[in-house]
Design a protein around this ligand. Structure first.
Ligand SMILES: Nc1nc2c(c(=O)[nH]1)N[C@H]1C(S)=C(S)[C@@H](COP(=O)(O)O)O[C@H]1N2
Ligand SMILES: [Mo]
Length: 219
């Protein structure tokens, strides 16, 4: 990890690594979304906590760039107005953070990942995605999870531009996985034929992160 940048909030990073080592918050229960809307070990909040490495990039719509590359037929480099010119979608979904808070009914506006995939056309061998952010954060997903219903590039929340502290101008939302998979301040989507673990995935957190199966930590 010598080549990882040192993040200012490394105390939080250390604490969360310790939780992964201890298996903190694990209940061992399992429940399906139909049986119970709140995944095991989670509690509901009404506010919207801010969680990140403590590095707040100063990206604005004017400076924003999104690069889409790797195993795709049509790589792209878009500015913010080009993202806004794509087909727009609204979707309501719940947030489940691995630190145990959940927040219901978040209304996101942006570009559905399925529509994005129609434009950039992943190559037949593409099966994984790594998301890269302006704060140096990365996280990884399978292409199937990235393309799941409700997954999107979000630039607005509850009808208003996404606040900078929540990842504006543009973040990813993948509602069926723990929220660490939903990269804030998105700058690059890398399509891959092989998996590559991201920031938390190399620090004891689960490669997939399904809250219904309490996939909090790697074994
Ligand atoms: N770029 C970036 N994205 C990130 C993070 C981060 O540190 N940097 N933290 C992740 C984690 S652990 C969570 S829980 C959510 C928090 O999003 P919020 O601050 O909008 O609640 O962002 C995720 N995406
Ligand atoms: Mo998180």
């Amino acid at each position: 990890m010598a080549d990882e940048p040192e993040h200012p909030d490394s105390k939080l990073t250390r604490t969360k690594q310790e939780w992964a080592e201890q298996g903190k918050f694990l209940t061992g229960r399992s429940s399906g979304p139909e049986a119970d809307r709140l995944p095991p070990g989670q509690h509901l909040v009404q506010n919207w906590p801010i969680l990140d490495l403590g590095l707040r990039p100063d990206t604005t719509p004017a400076t924003f760039k999104l690069r889409i590359d790797g195993a795709v037929d049509a790589p792209a480099l878009w500015d913010f107005s080009q993202v806004m010119a794509l087909k727009q979608t609204e979707a309501v979904s719940d947030i489940h953070c691995v630190t145990t808070w959940s927040r219901y009914d978040n209304r996101w506006s942006g570009v559905a990942i399925t529509d994005l995939l129609d434009i950039v056309r992943p190559k037949s061998g593409a099966a994984f995605v790594v998301l890269h952010s302006d704060d140096g954060y990365t996280t990884n997903l399978t292409l199937a999870d990235f393309a799941a219903p409700g997954a999107m590039l979000a630039h607005a929340w509850e009808g208003r531009p996404l606040a900078a502290e929540h990842g504006g101008p543009l973040r990813v939302v993948v509602p069926h996985l723990y929220f660490w998979k939903s990269a804030k301040w998105l700058k690059r989507i890398e399509f891959r034929t092989t998996g590559a673990p991201g920031f938390w995935e190399v620090r004891g957190y689960h490669n997939r992160g399904d809250p219904w199966n309490e996939e909090r930590y790697s074994d």
